[in-house]
Design a protein around this ligand. Structure first.
Ligand code: NAP
Length: 297
């Protein structure tokens, strides 16, 4: 019988812990953590993500500010806005909701954010620190997955782990973190992508599979060995006549047939998603305490 990894319940517990920490911080004369989000344009999914981040901030007692900009904004104007926030001592963390309109170079914008305010952990300085095992902001989704593994006491050391997907924000950092010489690393990691031949055979020998490719119900039972741990990162919106909204979310894993073979598995929704937001909150709290980038005001 498999055990469901409940990201929703875990994230609620962690939010309570963060809220308590904020109360103590303020009691001891510290400042209330402040997260700013820049939202360019009116993309529906981006609006939903930012609204959810705002709600989470208010739940844990953070201040949150959303800066809404029209998608006609130029790259220079957006960079100026980022710079303005970089200089604002009251704002601890800044995220720029992706994707950005095509005429704006995303990488340029990411690199314009001060590393000590880059709570998404996308800046090359933070990525570099993560790679060599120095303290820095770790990309929220991989950090959330590690936290789930820790809280469910799922051993990674000595295990064979397959990560499907090599994006800079999920697959690549996940593969590095799992192979680090740390308690929740020490795995032997295979990073797969669209050019990987015999993916089915590679997955079928894995103790842990992290599916982060964005293809609904891609991972099927024949790709998973008995007793494997399966973490489903994918989120694909599909039309549904059964829901009030007219759509539903599907993960990268064909849950009904894969789950019976697993020891642990995350659902979609309610698995990795809520943990991503929690990691962002955790990074913002760290940013406000200046514990990672000491001495920077
Ligand atoms: P991405 O940038 O589109 O990257 C997808 C990766 O999957 C690429 O490396 C691609 O290979 C690989 N891939 C695509 N088709 C494949 C196939 N048939 N076989 C093997 N590999 C394949 O995606 P992402 O930003 O990492 O996101 C992945 C999924 O996670 C999406 O559904 C996204 O919505 C979801 N997501 C969820 C959260 C959360 O909080 N739960 C957070 C972030 C993302 P190539 O490199 O060769 O093209």
């Amino acid at each position: 019988m498999f055990q469901l990894i409940d990201g929703k319940a875990t994230s609620t517990t962690i939010k309570d812990e963060i809220a308590e920490e904020v109360i103590q911080l303020v009691k001891n004369g510290g400042k209330v953590p402040h997260l700013a989000a820049i939202l360019v344009g009116h993309d529906g999914a981006s609006e939903t993500y930012v609204a959810s981040k705002e709600r989470s901030c208010s739940k844990v007692g953070f201040i949150s500010t959303v800066i809404r900009l029209e998608d006609s904004i130029t790259e220079t104007e957006l960079l100026e806005k980022v710079n303005e926030i970089n200089k604002d001592p009251d704002i601890d963390g800044l995220i720029v909701q992706l994707p950005l309109p095509k005429h704006i170079n995303e990488q340029k914008v990411i690199e314009a954010i001060l590393p000590e305010k880059d709570v998404d952990g996308f800046h090359p300085v933070n990525v570099g620190k993560m790679v060599i095992g120095l303290p820095g902001f770790i990309s929220a989704t991989p950090a959330g997955i590690l936290e789930l593994l820790k809280r469910y006491r799922i051993k990674t050391s000595g295990k064979s782990c397959v990560v499907i997907g090599r994006s800079n924000i999920v697959g690549k950092p996940m593969s590095i973190l799992l192979s680090q010489k740390t308690e929740f690393g020490n795995a032997t990691v295979t990073l797969c992508h669209s050019r990987t031949p015999n993916l089915k055979e590679v997955c079928a020998q894995a103790d842990i599979i992290i599916a982060a490719l964005g293809k609904a119900e891609f991972l099927t039972a024949d790709m998973v060995k008995e007793g494997a741990v399966v973490i489903d990162v994918g989120i694909t919106r599909v039309k549904s006549e059964k829901t009030k909204s007219g759509w539903k979310l599907l993960g990268d894993v064909k849950f009904d047939e894969v789950a019976p073979k697993c020891s642990y598995i995350t659902p979609v929704p309610g698995g990795v998603g809520p943990m991503t937001i929690v990691s962002l909150l955790r990074n913002t709290l760290l940013a406000s305490k200046k514990e990672i980038y000491k001495g920077i005001s």
